[in-house]
Design a protein. Structure first.
Length: 304
């Protein structure tokens, strides 16, 4: 009976972590490690390098679980409206239990980052602070449209990519930060796609996201450039000699993603009212897939 109870609690904790969201940051770390491996001068493959990349990937997944958890704690009233099926609003967990689980996630993530090296730990620590600032008082940057997008894009875009790089090479170079800036700029706008369906709960609880503050149509046009312009940096990075991966592949990938982004923009602006009436609008799906394609694309570009 006791084992059954613990199994039930474990399932609840896994549900609380939102496991389907943990794969992208893990992939981002692996992609960053592979990119660093293939960057000039190419590294030598050894067991220690593979272990560091694997530990970094687990760290990123656990840190994302911590971010998801703290967000659910401080978004409880929002989720009662927008997502009542989640662990806390459905009373599957208490707030006290949720806080303990969240603390464990953070401690484990930072311990894993420290196992890799001090640079990875430093980036993970700053990312952890930003995830706390996004959700929790006194900052709770989620309440403010531009600050919210910034505190999403910085850890999940720029810092994730650079942290992956540190599993193989030092971050004391321009290349990882340049690559990370592409992810940062994309997420700076694209992160808003998740806010359209949550407008009711956000408005009721004082979270002034872009669609709440400026309206659905204006918000759609505001984020549109971020689906295209970041990918222009890819051929420019090749031209300027910053990106040392396969030049032709990076150039083609930049063009393909820019075209994909234009199509996503068309989905955003053709019927903006649908953004607020559909839980997972097609633009959100395309944003998610574009992010995954960008991660895989950089890994391939630096391996071939």
């Amino acid at each position: 009976m006791a084992s059954s109870r613990w199994a039930d609690r474990l399932r609840t904790y896994v549900r609380f972590s939102r496991p389907f969201t943990l794969w992208p940051p893990a992939l981002g770390m692996v992609s960053g490690g592979i990119t660093a491996f293939g960057a000039a001068p190419r590294s030598l493959l050894d067991v220690g390098l593979v272990v560091d990349v694997a530990v970094g990937a687990v760290m990123a997944a656990v840190l994302n679980a911590a971010s998801n958890a703290i967000n659910q704690i401080y978004d409880l009233e929002v989720d009662r409206i927008n997502k009542p099926h989640r662990a806390l609003p459905s009373n599957a967990m208490t707030i006290g239990e949720a806080k303990r689980v969240t603390a464990v996630f953070y401690v484990v993530a930072l311990a894993l980052a420290a196992v890799v090296n001090w640079q990875c730990f430093l980036l993970a620590f700053v990312a952890a602070v930003l995830t706390w600032a996004y959700s929790a008082p006194p900052f709770r940057t989620k309440r403010h449209a531009l600050a919210a997008n910034f505190t999403i894009a910085l850890p999940r875009g720029l810092m994730l990519k650079v942290a992956g790089w540190t599993t193989v090479k030092s971050f004391m170079a321009a290349e990882p930060w340049y690559i990370g800036s592409i992810f940062f700029l994309f997420l700076l706008g694209a992160a808003t796609t998740k806010d359209f369906a949550d407008m009711e709960g956000d408005r009721a609880n004082g979270c002034y996201t872009l669609p709440v503050r400026y309206g659905v149509k204006a918000a759609a046009w505001m984020i549109a450039p971020f689906f295209v312009l970041p990918f222009v940096l890819m051929p420019l990075g090749v031209h300027w000699g910053i990106l040392t991966g396969h030049a032709t592949f990076i150039n083609v990938m930049g063009l393909v993603l820019a075209a994909w982004g234009m199509y996503t923009v068309w989905l955003l602006v053709r019927r903006p009212e649908e953004l607020a009436s559909t839980e997972n609008h097609p633009s959100w799906t395309h944003m998610y897939l574009m992010m995954m394609a960008l991660q895989v694309g950089f890994a391939v570009a630096y391996l071939i």
